[in-house]
Design a binder for this molecule. Structure first.
Ligand code: RIB
Ligand code: CA
Length: 314
């Protein structure tokens, strides 16, 4: 039976690839809905972008919900320098025609989870954790309904990408990340430590464009735009494709390896705000709360995405 999942997202080109990967693996993943959060760009754009990706994949049946338009405590910080003014720069997009759901994403998350069986639904947050944390605070009874939270966020061995200490998603809403990591729900984290181990080969991006479909051409344009920031910033051979790591793990967990560790979030110091403090050696002897991934079979990861995109409609 297909695994029931919810993607919480702030599209973002890499978020878009996470959605497209899930759409291309619809035989294995039953995507119940998409909840949008402010992050890479403001909420009105992350919701617009989520609708555009659903339309691109021919999946206007998947409900899209608008969630929180700012972090729980701090002011919103966005990342137009990485993702462009719209958050989905690269291709030319028409305005979406698909309707946004009217319910607030947090209300829909709570109601959907409350009516599920224990351990029935997997959450895949790939943006700031505001919606997930607000749902947990609003209704703690949802926690046992969640099989696991497979998230993109954090960084330890690779440091941060928005500050020297913090990765963007955990930096934007550190209080939400603190709620999630202290929730007791099983967490699988895809931090910068692992996402920077799979840098997009130029030939791979070109092979997606060569699919000859609208999905292929728009994805090639998104990734070519998106990778320029990382190439300039890191001088690497390619840009890291962060968010699809969560979906790739659900589809092929053997691609990844890491360690079960205790992770805490910095919420006090401005210098290290949002840092994911990983007790890699068990120094504090806290009960581990997270599977922290650090290794990936990059070739397998990119092949998985290519195969999924090739299945999407022309
Ligand atoms: O640090 C990378 C993360 O921040 C990704 O989820 C990207 O989409 C941005 O949200
Ligand atoms: Ca994201």
């Amino acid at each position: 039976m297909a695994r029931r999942i919810i993607i919480d997202t702030d599209p973002g080109q890499d978020d878009a690839l996470a959605m497209l990967l899930a759409f291309g693996a619809s035989d294995q993943l039953d995507l119940l809905g998409i909840t949008c959060v402010a992050g890479n760009v403001p909420l009105e754009l992350t919701t617009r972008n989520a609708l555009l990706i659903c339309e691109l994949a021919g999946r206007t049946d998947v409900p899209v919900f608008a969630g929180c338009d700012r972090p729980m405590v701090r002011d919103l910080v966005t990342a137009e320098d990485v993702h462009g003014k719209t958050g989905l720069d690269g291709p030319d997009w028409d305005a979406p025609t698909m309707e946004l759901q009217t319910r607030h994403a947090v209300d829909w998350l709570v109601d959907t989870l409350l009516t599920a069986d224990d351990g029935e639904i997997t959450l895949c947050p790939v943006g700031p954790l505001t919606n997930v944390a607000m749902a947990l605070v609003r209704e703690p009874a949802i926690a046992p309904k969640i099989a696991e939270i497979v998230l993109m966020g954090g960084g330890y061995f690779k440091g941060g990408n928005i500050t020297p200490a913090a990765e963007f998603n955990s930096y934007v809403d550190p209080h939400a990340a603190d709620v999630v990591y202290r929730s007791g729900i099983p967490i699988v984290a895809m931090p910068l430590d692992v996402t920077h181990e799979a840098l997009m080969p130029k030939a791979w991006i070109a092979s997606i464009g060569a699919l000859g479909t609208d999905v292929g051409s728009k994805t090639e344009a998104m990734l070519s735009f998106y990778e320029r920031y990382d190439l300039e910033h890191y001088g690497d051979a390619g840009g890291p494709l962060h968010d699809p790591a969560t979906i790739a793990y659900l589809l092929s967990p053997e691609l990844y390896s890491g360690k079960h560790v205790y992770v805490a979030i910095e919420t006090q110091s401005e210098l290290t705000m949002g840092m994911t403090v990983v007790d890699w050696w068990g120094a504090k002897r806290n009960e581990p709360n997270c599977m922290w991934m650090t290794e990936v079979d990059a070739e397998g990861f990119f092949a998985l995405i290519y195969e999924a995109l090739a299945k999407l409609p022309a």
